[in-house]
Design a binder for this molecule. Structure first.
Ligand code: ATP
Ligand code: MG
Length: 391
C-alpha cells in the first residue's frame, strides 16, 4: 500500500485537442510545488492525476497543503493505492482507515468502478468492504443516510484507491496556460487579490510596483515583497519590478492641475507597466480597480486610464464589493499584511477635490506640460528587479 495524492482536474477535463498541454503544465507546476518535499512521480489516467511520493517518509500533510494551492485542480484526496483485487482492498481498508474510524460512530462506503471488468460491481464492493470494516471495528454502525464518515473505494484501470477525505482544490487553470501578464501591485487589499484571480485563470505573473522614496518607506516596499510571496505560494515564482516614481509624481504636482493629479499618475503607471509588459513578453495588464470605489475608478476615470493602454487591461474586481474582496484576501492569506499601515505612492499627493467625470481630452491637455515620454523612459530604466518565490 502506498499513500498518494489522487487529484481531479476541473475545467481541464473540458479541454479538447490541447488538453495534453494543460495536463503537462499542471504536472510541471505540481512538481515545482512538491519537489522540496522529496521526489515524486506523476501519472495521469481517466481525468485523475496521481502524485506518488518516491520516499517513504515524505511529509504528506505538507504535500496536501501545497497541492491545495495549485491552480487547475478541482478536488484532491490523500488515498491509499493498492492492487486491483478484492483481497488487497479488504486487507488495506481496516489499516488505512483505522485513525479515521477510531472516533466515528457511523460510516458508509461508496464505491466507483471505472473498470467494468472488475469481477464485483459497485454495490458488491461496498458490501464486502463494509462487512470487513464492521468486523475490524465492532463499535461502528452503518448509516447510509447521515454517516459521520464516508469512505470511498475507487477501482480504476491500474489500481484501486481508498480515501476518506475528498477536498476541494484551488480551481481555475494551471498557471502558464494562459500566457503572461503584468499585475500592478500596491500594498493595498485589492491588487494582490486581483493578481491572484488572474493567475487562477492560468496567467503567469510579472508584478510592477511603483515606489516614491522618500515619501514612501522601505517598509512599504517590504510589504509588497511579502504580499507577493504569499501570492507566489499559489501562483509560482513572480518577477517583480520596482519602479522609481518620485520624479514623475513631483513633476505632476508642480505642473498639472490638482484635481487631475491622481488620474495623470494612474495613466503614467499604465504607460510604465505597459512598457515593461512589452519588454517582458506579457500580453495584458492587471489592476485591482473596482467600479466606483474611489474617484479614480468611476466609469469616466477608468476610460481615461484605459485610453493610454494598448493591450487588454484585466480588472477582475470590477464588479466586486469590498467585503467580498476582503473575504478572498483572507482566503489567499494576504489580508493581514495588506492592512499594515504603510503609505502608498497613491496617497502621497492626493487632491482635495479629485475630478470624478474627466474626459481624456482634459488629461492630454494637462499632460502636455510634462515631458511624459522621457519621464516614463527614465522610470522604466531605473526599475529594480527581484524574483519572488512562494513562502
Ligand atoms: P489597492 O488596494 O490594490 O491598493 P485601491 O483600491 O487602493 O487598490 P488605487 O489606489 O486607486 O486603488 O489603485 C488602483 C490600482 O492601481 C491598484 O489596484 C493597483 O493595481 C494600481 N496601483 C495603485 N498604486 C500602485 C503602486 N504603488 N504600485 C503599483 N500599482 C499600483
Ligand atoms: Mg491603493
Amino acid at each position: 500500500m502506498t499513500e498518494v495524492l489522487l487529484i481531479k482536474m476541473g475545467e481541464l477535463a473540458l479541454k479538447g485537442l490541447n488538453r495534453r498541454a494543460f495536463e503537462d503544465q499542471l504536472i510541471r507546476n505540481l512538481r515545482r510545488a512538491l519537489n522540496p518535499l522529496g521526489d515524486w512521480s506523476f501519472s495521469m489516467n481517466q481525468s485523475a492525476l496521481q502524485a506518488v511520493p518516491q520516499n517513504e517518509n515524505t511529509d504528506m500533510d505538507e504535500a496536501a497543503a501545497r497541492a491545495s494551492r495549485v491552480f487547475g485542480i478541482s478536488g484532491w484526496s490523500r488515498s491509499a493505492r493498492v492492487g486491483k483485487t478484492m483481497e488487497e482492498i479488504l486487507a488495506a481498508a481496516p489499516v488505512y482507515f483505522r485513525d479515521t474510524l477510531a472516533f466515528a460512530g457511523t460510516f458508509k462506503c461508496e464505491a466507483k468502478r471505472s473498470d467494468k471488468r472488475f469481477p464485483l460491481n459497485s454495490p458488491e464492493i461496498c458490501a464486502e468492504a463494509g462487512g470487513a470494516l464492521l468486523e475490524a471495528f465492532p463499535h461502528l454502525k452503518v448509516d447510509v443516510r447521515e454517516p459521520e464518515v464516508t469512505l470511498y473505494i475507487e477501482v480504476r484501470d491500474q489500481h484501486a484507491f481508498l480515501h476518506a477525505d475528498q477536498q476541494k482544490g484551488a480551481g481555475g487553470l494551471p498557471v502558464g496556460t494562459a500566457g503572461d501578464a503584468v499585475a500592478l501591485v500596491s500594498g493595498g487589499i485589492d491588487s494582490p487579490v486581483a493578481a491572484w484571480q488572474m493567475a487562477r485563470r492560468g496567467l503567469r505573473l510579472t508584478a510592477v510596483h511603483f515606489a516614491s522614496p522618500p515619501y514612501t518607506s522601505a517598509r512599504a516596499e517590504d510589504k509588497v515583497h511579502k504580499l507577493l510571496s504569499i501570492v507566489a505560494g499559489w501562483a509560482g515564482r513572480i518577477r517583480l519590478f520596482v519602479v522609481p516614481f518620485t520624479k514623475i509624481q513631483e513633476e505632476i504636482k508642480e505642473k498639472c492641475p490638482e484635481d487631475l493629479f491622481t488620474l495623470i499618475m494612474r495613466r503614467a503607471m499604465m504607460r510604465c507597466a505597459e512598457q515593461i509588459a512589452r519588454r517582458e513578453s506579457c500580453g495584458a495588464l492587471i489592476t485591482g480597480e473596482s467600479l466606483g470605489q474611489v474617484a479614480s475608478q468611476t466609469l469616466q476615470a477608468l476610460a481615461c486610464t484605459d485610453a493610454v493602454a494598448h493591450m487588454p487591461v484585466f480588472r477582475p474586481l470590477i464588479g466586486t464589493d469590498k467585503d467580498e474582496v476582503v473575504t478572498l484576501a483572507r482566503r489567499i492569506g494576504t489580508f493581514e499584511t495588506s492592512i499594515l499601515p504603510f503609505e502608498d505612492c497613491c496617497t502621497v499627493f492626493t487632491p482635495r477635490h479629485p475630478r470624478t467625470k474627466p474626459r481624456p481630452g482634459m488629461l492630454e491637455k494637462a499632460e502636455a506640460a510634462l515631458e511624459m515620454d522621457r519621464l516614463i523612459e527614465e522610470a522604466v530604466a531605473g526599475a529594480r528587479y527581484y524574483g519572488v518565490d512562494g513562502e
